[in-house]
Design a protein around this ligand. Structure first.
Ligand code: NAD
Length: 359
């Protein structure tokens, strides 16, 4: 029997709860597909600080590197908020991305037809749906560039630097082109090439690569315009590739359009052959922890991405995504989703059980 080694990092807050629900669904998938999924539970985040003094123990990194894929819940919480930046639970995320070389973050943002009424967009627009894959650069740009404080001519000042190499742009753009080729064949590259030199290099590099992908239609938007078009015509986009900072902001905007942050999965990928990491885009939601009210669907849909991207189990990934649609179509909602007439409010465990049952 094929054996898949999955590193599980429950983390803090609602992380353990949503991952418990996700394992319920994965167990059902494994028994139907005749594969063995072996889980190794690992410490990271606040719980790791309490147990070892480190947000990301070396043993966790080593076990992740040995695994076929990593599933993460969420890290962080008010208990650890007063620690200095490099000791905080969230350091674990950056550390894992660095250690595994995860340079591209894939965030699908899909508006389910059953939830179009929960979207803050005008009904005429939300009724047309949305199915966008964001490909965000994850290990470069301003979040990793040179920064500092100094005394300037007008007093104290601070600076951050946006810097991208051709190689960094090419490897993330390639993920975008490949993804578009497997979807509707449309790639939108978002930059600020009218102002930023780093964006001009970004655009030149993406255009040069487009010759390798004749089946993909490439267009470009400035980030300010992209933020408007996402609200005006979200249904028009297929794959969006962009820098670390622009992707951070735009993908949260798209998350709101779907109705709840509790629905959005993500995958962080590196070079082929290295384990990828899958996690919901939401945080540890300390306000909900331990109450069986968190929405597990973002985590369950992250596991579906793992089945497709790390294990090439496309049919199983489709089955999980369809099961989620069916459960939503049947009117089941966790508390974070706007409840309509005829909907039934359920908890984390029940939502997970229903998805497993609808596979
Ligand atoms: P958050 O995503 O945890 O919560 C934002 C809001 O969304 C809250 O009202 C929360 O109740 C709600 N929410 C989030 N996930 C939900 C779910 N699955 N079901 C229902 N409702 C959900 O963001 P925050 O409040 O800014 O951060 C809380 C903690 O999480 C902080 O310590 C932060 O640093 C950390 N964080 C971690 C990650 C991560 O682990 N990847 C990401 C973001 C924030």
């Amino acid at each position: 029997m094929k054996r898949l080694e999955i590193a599980i990092i429950p983390g803090d807050g609602i992380g353990p709860e949503v991952l418990n629900g996700t394992r319920l669904v994965l167990d059902a998938v494994a028994s139907r597909a005749g594969v063995e999924m072996r889980y190794t539970e690992l410490l990271a985040g606040g719980i790791a600080i309490d147990a070892t003094g480190e947000p990301l123990p070396d043993a966790t990194v080593a076990a992740c590197k040995r695994s076929d894929a990593v599933l993460l819940g969420a890290v962080g919480g008010p208990r650890w908020d007063t620690l200095p930046g490099d000791r905080r639970p969230e350091r674990a995320l950056l550390g894992l991305r660095e250690a595994l070389g995860l340079f591209a973050n894939l965030r699908p943002a899909r508006l389910y037809s059953a939830l179009s009424g929960s979207s803050p967009l005008h009904p005429d627009i939300s009724a047309q749906g949305m199915d966008i894959l964001f490909v965000r650069e994850l290990t470069g740009g301003m979040y990793f560039g040179e920064r500092g404080r100094r005394l300037g001519p007008n007093g104290p000042e601070a600076f951050d630097t946006e810097c991208y190499s051709v190689g960094e742009i090419e490897r993330v753009a390639r993920v975008g082109f490949e993804a578009a080729a497997g979807r509707k064949g449309r790639l939108t590259s978002v930059d600020k090439a009218n102002v930023l030199e780093s964006s001009r290099l970004w655009r030149e590099t993406v255009i040069a690569m487009s010759a390798e992908y004749p089946a993909v239609t490439l267009d470009h938007l400035y980030v300010d315009n992209a933020s408007m078009q996402l609200i005006r015509r979200p249904f028009d986009f297929d794959v969006i590739v962009t820098s670390n900072m622009f992707g951070d902001i735009l993908s949260d905007e798209a998350a709101m359009i779907t109705g709840s942050i509790g629905l959005l999965p993500s995958a962080s990928v590196g070079q082929p052959g290295t384990p990828a990491m899958y996690e919901p885009i939401h945080g540890s939601a300390p306000d909900l922890a331990g109450r069986d009210v968190a929405n597990p669907l973002a985590s369950i849909l992250s596991a579906a991405m793992m089945l497709r991207l790390s294990f090439q189990m496309d049919a199983e990934a489709d089955a999980v995504e369809k099961a989620v649609s069916r459960v939503l179509d049947a009117g089941y909602r966790t508390a974070d989703i706007l409840q309509g007439s005829g909907s039934t409010r359920i908890g984390t465990q029940e939502m997970s059980r229903l998805v497993a049952e609808h596979l």
